[in-house]
Design a protein around this ligand. Sequence first.
Ligand SMILES: Cc1cc2nc3c(=O)[nH]c(=O)nc-3n(C[C@H](O)[C@H](O)[C@H](O)COP(=O)(O)OP(=O)(O)OC[C@H]3O[C@@H](n4cnc5c(N)ncnc54)[C@H](O)[C@@H]3O)c2cc1C
Length: 312
Amino acid sequence: MSRNPRVVILGAGMSSIACADHLSESFDVEIYEKSRGVGGRLCSRRHSDTARFHFGAQFCTSTNPSFHNFLKHNGAQNFLGSGIDLMTNQQLETKNYYIHQNGMQSLLKESSSNLNIHFETKATHVNAMSKTLTLGSNLQVPYDVLISSLPLPQAKELIDCSIIPRTEFSPCIAVGMMVKLKDQNKFNAFKNVNAEVSWVGSSKFYNPTLQETWVVQLSPAGSQLKKGESDESLINYGHHTLESLLESDVELSSSSVFRWKFAQCERATHNQPFTSLADDIFAIGDWHISPRVESAFLSGRALAEHLNGRDT
Ligand SMILES: Cc1cc2nc3c(=O)[nH]c(=O)nc-3n(C[C@H](O)[C@H](O)[C@H](O)COP(=O)(O)OP(=O)(O)OC[C@H]3O[C@@H](n4cnc5c(N)ncnc54)[C@H](O)[C@@H]3O)c2cc1C
């Protein structure tokens, strides 16, 4: 009896779920994700029962109707904040900014709920000759089609084929702070703060009922400059940045630092939403288009359509 082709996807971020969710039922799809949940660079971390640190993507914009439907299906809401771009001194136009009130990773919850995902399972090697994936436990998984949704530098470490595309990723240091503020502020998001800080935002624009936290995200240049500093020094820096933006003393009740090694990719110069790396090995991810959640979605969807078409 013939069986369905086995599609193995590495990673469970936006590009992976957008792809898996759209593959036709004639494929058996399995996803291997190294962390405990879906989201990848959308991740926010629960800090206590009443607070969350939003370390990853802060919001997403949507221009594509199919991404718009995906967002609606997964409970996206409009951004509740009011923000200012300090480079232009203009108020942010947030009409087309979307968030999820439980954190950005929840944008994948509904669409991933029926997928076969193995969490806390790290992929360590892909053998293109024998068509097997090796997991951290040394278990070997055979595949018919393998899809990597990892940032390109991470994919290159795993897959033994000559990967042609090139793209640079920059790091991002994010400082999360649980705060007590005396006054309500006019703005709860600040973009392009200075050369070292690209974004400072409050959790109030996700869920005003939870205890307020703020995140300070360093720019690629700021993250490079400060990557050797201790968490304590980064928290002092984040605290000072927040106090000067809010022009008031800010009482910190707790804090945490998250260091993204591969945060932001370059904008691609080619027009190719996915890559064929070898026979039956493909790569998807934001880096095919631009460093945005919507780009990751479009990359995953494009490959699913390609494979669905190939199957018929
Ligand atoms: C700090 C920060 C702020 C951002 N802000 C915004 C924003 O405001 N708006 C916006 O649109 N975009 C923003 N982005 C970009 C956006 O988050 C990404 O474009 C998008 O989430 C990328 O999705 P992806 O599926 O391509 O990759 P990823 O989300 O990186 O998914 C890759 C997945 O692979 C997993 N993985 C890695 N290695 C292995 C392995 N060996 N085995 C198994 N699994 C593995 C990872 O855990 C991850 O889940 C931001 C990103 C960062 C880091």
